[in-house]
Design a protein around this ligand. Structure first.
Ligand code: ZN
Length: 407
């Protein structure tokens, strides 16, 4: 392809609305407009990535099961494929040992129950100004895991009052709750009062006509301190089954970094990532954005082969005595016949402008055809990843490119 045929326009300045370096570079390199729309170069690249998607050595597929690739170290499960990136918009839990990967809010982990105890008699105690688990644990001088945390919701579909209990040291995942019982919203103060519960002092003990949902660790936890449904009072030694029973017992806890992997007990890590495929179907625009975030330096994109839309950025420097453009055209034709994809910067621009463009667009190799080299039968070859360039005989350029850059 020729530069002018694709109507490429690179930008010196980062767009004002750039949220990430990747977006900023895609705009500056002319893949996206400032309005976040694909340009001709962007469309060309998307089509190129689409063509590559049949090649399992580039994009992991369900069939290959091979997740990790040099240019695209993805993680994921059968439904979703992520690319970990510091500026990624999704938090995922990941096990480096067995490769378990799940969105954080849905991730499972191995919970450790407290040592089993004999059930003690229920006891109502005065606990003034204990609206939080912290305050309660401090007042009674007990660990937070010996308390029951109450969360109250209302079913959106039928208005049913929902009482959720998790262990006091744990954070409930609203996503898991919705996955198990459907759409919910936080209960209003009136709805809480109508249920018989007291805000800050609530428990399901003694409440009627409500849906009780507990985390699966609750039936294994004895003698928890829970609200007495009376302001200023708590109940000591509440026990699931003896004092209340739930309609739904299920995992409701949000995993966190270093929780034990559900499958192999290795500590989980929490990573920021971007979603690049759903059911192994890649979203090529997301893929391009992810590649830009992971492959760049301060001069522009450094897209790897074969993800880059072109292997070679070919440019000529207008000469005083020789027609460098004719020679560049010859090289353009011979590279293309050798199956190497080329973007030919055929503009009559200054060297500096073209070099900047080449760095921004980020093809793996730059070939520069200049008068000085041509007099010796040489052209200049530079790899995008390297600082130095070298002179290569014109008739060796195809071999050189194939051996040095397309691995
Ligand atoms: Zn694991």
């Amino acid at each position: 392809m020729k530069y002018r045929d694709l109507h490429i326009e690179t930008q010196r300045q980062a767009p004002n609305n750039a949220r990430t370096e990747g977006f900023s570079l895609l705009v500056r390199a002319g893949y996206l407009t400032r309005e976040n729309v694909l340009t001709e170069l962007g469309e060309y690249t998307i089509n190129h990535l689409h063509d590559l998607s049949s090649d399992e050595s580039f994009l992991p597929s369900r069939a290959s099961g091979q997740r990790f690739h040099l240019s695209l170290p993805t993680i994921g499960n059968d439904n979703e494929t992520f690319l970990p990136i510091a500026s990624g918009s999704i938090e995922v839990a990941h096990c480096s040992a067995c490769k378990y990967t799940e969105r954080l809010e849905f991730a499972h982990f191995k919970k450790t129950p407290l040592p089993q105890e004999e059930q003690l008699p229920l006891e109502k105690i005065l606990t003034p100004d204990c609206h939080t688990i912290e305050a309660l644990a401090n007042l009674l001088n007990i660990p937070k895991e010996k308390t029951a945390k109450a969360l109250m919701y209302t079913h959106v579909s039928d208005g049913k009052f929902i009482f959720v209990v998790v262990r006091g040291d744990m954070q409930a995942s609203e996503a898991k709750l919705k996955q198990n019982i459907g759409d919910i919203r936080p209960a209003t103060a009136d709805e809480i009062a109508n249920s018989g519960a007291a805000i800050g002092y609530a428990s399901p003990v003694g409440l009627k006509d409500i849906l009780i949902v507990v985390d699966d660790l609750i039936p294994q936890s004895q003698n928890l301190v829970a609200g007495a449904n009376e302001t200023g009072y708590h109940l000591k030694n509440t026990n699931y089954r003896r004092d209340y029973i739930a309609e739904v017992v299920v995992d409701l806890i949000q995993a966190k970094a270093s929780d034990a992997c559900f499958h192999c007990r290795n500590p989980l890590s929490v990573l920021s990532a971007d979603l690049v495929a759903t059911n192994w179907k890649y979203n090529f625009e997301s893929l391009l954005r992810a590649l830009a975030k992971t492959h760049h330096d301060d001069k522009g994109l450094t897209l790897p082969h074969p993800a880059a839309p072109f292997d070679v950025y070919l440019m000529h420097l207008p000469g005083k005595e020789m027609d460098t453009r004719v020679k560049a055209e010859e090289i353009y034709n011979s590279l293309q016949s050798a199956g190497i994809s080329v973007l030919f910067d055929d503009r009559d621009e200054r060297a500096g402008v073209k070099f900047n463009g080449a760095d921004l667009i980020g093809c793996p190799v730059r070939v520069t055809v200049g008068e000085k080299g041509l007099k010796e039968g040489m052209v200049e070859l530079k790899l995008r990843k390297e600082k130095e360039n070298r002179l290569v005989p014109m008739d060796k350029i195809v071999e050189e490119i194939k051996s040095s850059s397309m691995k």
